[in-house]
Design a protein. Structure first.
Length: 170
C-alpha cells in the first residue's frame, strides 16, 4: 500500500465513527514521542488505552505518522498478547494455561466459561460485559490454577468457583 493510499484509507475510516478527538489524542501521543519509530509499542499501548482496542483506522494512523509499514505494526500487535484489535468487555477474565495451571485445572475453568457463558478465549459476551482470554505462566505456579479478573490475580481457582468469581462482574 502506498502512502497516498494509506492517507485516503485513514481519512475514509476516520469519518466512519471514530471520534476525531481520539485521532487527535493519538496524534498528540505520537508527537510527544517525537515521531520516533522506536516508540511504536508505547504509542500502541497509549492508543489502546484511549480507544479500548486497536481498530484498523488507529493502526493505519500510527503506521502513517510513525512512518512504519502497516505490516510491521500489525506484526507487533499480533505478537504481544496484551494488544487487541477487537473490542473487549468491561471485564476481562484471563485463564492461565501455562503447564502448572493447565495440569491443575486451567482447561476445566475454560470449559465452565464456555458452558455457562458460551465464551471461548478471544470472545466477548454480547452485552459487552465479559471477555475471556488465556495467558501463559504468570509466575505463580505454586498457586495454580491462576485466573485474573480485570488484572487482579485469583489463585487456586476451582472450576466450581468460576461462576461465583464472574458473578461480581456487573
Ligand atoms: S503456569 Fe500458571 S502461573 Fe505458572
Amino acid at each position: 500500500m502506498t502512502k497516498a493510499e494509506l492517507e485516503s484509507l485513514v481519512k475514509r475510516e476516520a469519518g466512519t465513527g471514530y471520534a476525531p478527538r481520539i485521532f487527535r489524542d493519538i496524534q498528540k501521543v505520537i508527537e510527544d514521542t517525537g515521531g520516533r519509530s522506536g516508540a511504536l509499542i508505547r504509542v500502541l499501548q497509549q492508543a489502546q488505552g484511549l480507544v479500548g482496542y486497536l481498530p484498523p483506522p488507529v493502526l493505519m494512523t500510527i503506521s502513517r505518522d510513525l512512518n512504519i509499514p502497516l505490516s510491521e505494526v500489525n506484526g507487533i500487535v499480533s505478537f504481544y498478547s496484551f494488544f487487541t484489535t477487537v473490542p473487549r468487555g468491561k471485564y476481562v477474565v484471563q485463564v492461565c494455561l501455562g503447564t502448572c495451571c493447565y495440569v491443575r485445572g486451567g482447561q476445566r475453568i475454560l470449559d465452565v466459561l464456555k458452558k455457562e457463558y458460551g465464551l471461548e478465549p478471544g470472545d466477548t459476551s454480547p452485552d459487552g460485559l465479559l471477555s475471556v482470554d488465556t495467558i501463559r505462566c504468570l509466575g505463580a505456579c505454586a498457586l495454580a490454577p491462576v485466573v485474573t479478573l480485570d488484572g487482579q490475580v485469583h489463585r487456586r481457582v476451582k472450576a466450581t468457583g468460576v461462576k461465583e468469581l464472574v458473578s461480581h462482574c456487573k
